[in-house]
Design a binder for this molecule. Structure first.
Ligand code: FAD
Length: 309
């Protein structure tokens, strides 16, 4: 039994989500290999080889793998798939783009968004926006799985000493072409992997008022998030949305400001280690999941909290 984890990277840096997927692979048991498909990506392969618990790294290095085109990456995974009992992807935008193609070509059922490993064929995954946890057992010969990264603590980035093996890159599928990429730039940590998140809701009232959260986030070294109501109202950018239809986060500290705590929002943050809620309505459902609740007007409380910090 050997598990292949598909690395997420930008050809220079291994993304943290890969280390969470390696942790899930380690729970399955057996050897853990990592596939790095990229261009000029040897540094990434070296980083993967240093991750704790990785036995071998496969490096497929070619220009047609530079931009993570799903058709080419899926073909690369399929080229080595026959050696593996399990193939794991982080449940990120790119992992979710490639995994279904691999599962379909192997004619197996994908197991999506796992948060726990019961045994080599049985996994836990949230359903109904996280209100129930399904235990799913797969009889497929190869298990193609996406891993909810917040469900598994990342393995250490250092400490391993796996060998890096070059594998032949697949030919360009010719099915898609990379045109360009617009990446949001921010000095703040990436929302999905941040240790601290400060999120604002409709209670902020406007995009201008939303800026009241900046100094608090600065003090805490936090990423900024938002409820869907705040995003829909134009107070915050789309990629800040936390929840069922946004990002799933589980930071050490989540500060919810002017957010009522609808189940669709809780689905994206309730696994945070410590939750702080600031809301003027003492009956707001967010207080049901909060470790610390502050009932008060955010426009008074947030500046006070920031200056106290
Ligand atoms: P509200 O519910 O309007 O709450 C605002 C809060 O601010 C209130 O509790 C109020 O007491 C408080 N407040 C107001 N003024 C102040 C003040 N001065 N000081 C302190 N507190 C104040 N939502 C998400 O967040 N993420 C999702 O991914 C998501 N996906 C969804 C998917 C579906 C299919 C559906 C149907 C809904 C989804 N929603 C999602 C929407 C969700 O149901 C709620 O509508 C939304 O989360 C509410 O956002 P909110 O808490 O900011 O706003």
């Amino acid at each position: 039994m050997t598990t292949l984890v598909i690395a997420e990277h930008d050809n220079a840096q291994l993304k943290g989500a890969t280390l969470n997927a390696v942790a899930a692979a380690a729970k399955i048991g057996g050897d853990v290999h990592v596939l790095v498909a990229g261009a000029n990506a040897r540094a990434v392969a070296d980083q993967a080889a240093a991750a704790a618990g990785v036995a071998k790294v496969l490096l497929a290095d070619a220009p047609q793998l530079a931009d993570g085109l799903a058709e080419n990456v899926a073909a690369q995974v399929l080229a080595v798939a026959s050696n593996y009992s399990h193939i794991l992807f982080p449940a990120t935008a790119s992992g979710k783009n490639v995994a279904p193609r691999v599962a379909a070509k192997l004619d197996v059922a994908q197991i999506s968004d796992i948060i726990g490993v019961e045994s080599a064929d049985t996994f836990l995954r949230p359903i109904y926006a996280g209100n129930a946890i399904a235990t799913v057992q797969s009889a497929d010969a190869v298990k193609v799985i996406t891993v909810r990264t917040t469900g598994f603590d990342a393995v250490a980035a250092q400490g391993g000493s796996a060998a890096v093996e070059d594998v032949a890159a697949v030919a360009d599928s010719g099915l898609s072409t990379f045109v360009g990429r617009e990446v949001a730039k921010s000095d703040r940590p990436e929302l999905a992997g941040a240790r601290v998140v400060v999120s604002g809701g409709r209670g902020l009232g406007s995009a201008e008022n939303f800026k009241i959260l900046d100094p608090l986030a600065d003090k805490l070294g936090a990423a900024l998030g938002a409820s869907r109501a705040a995003v829909d109202a134009g107070y915050a950018p789309n990629d800040w949305q936390v929840g069922q239809t946004g990002k799933i986060v589980a930071p050490q500290l989540y500060v919810a400001v002017g957010i009522s705590g609808a189940i669709q929002h809780l689905a994206g943050m309730k696994d945070s280690k410590v939750i702080v809620a600031i809301n003027k309505d003492a009956e707001a459902p967010i207080f049901g999941v909060a470790d610390y609740g502050l009932v008060g007007d955010l426009f008074q409380v947030v500046p006070e909290l920031t200056s106290a910090l």
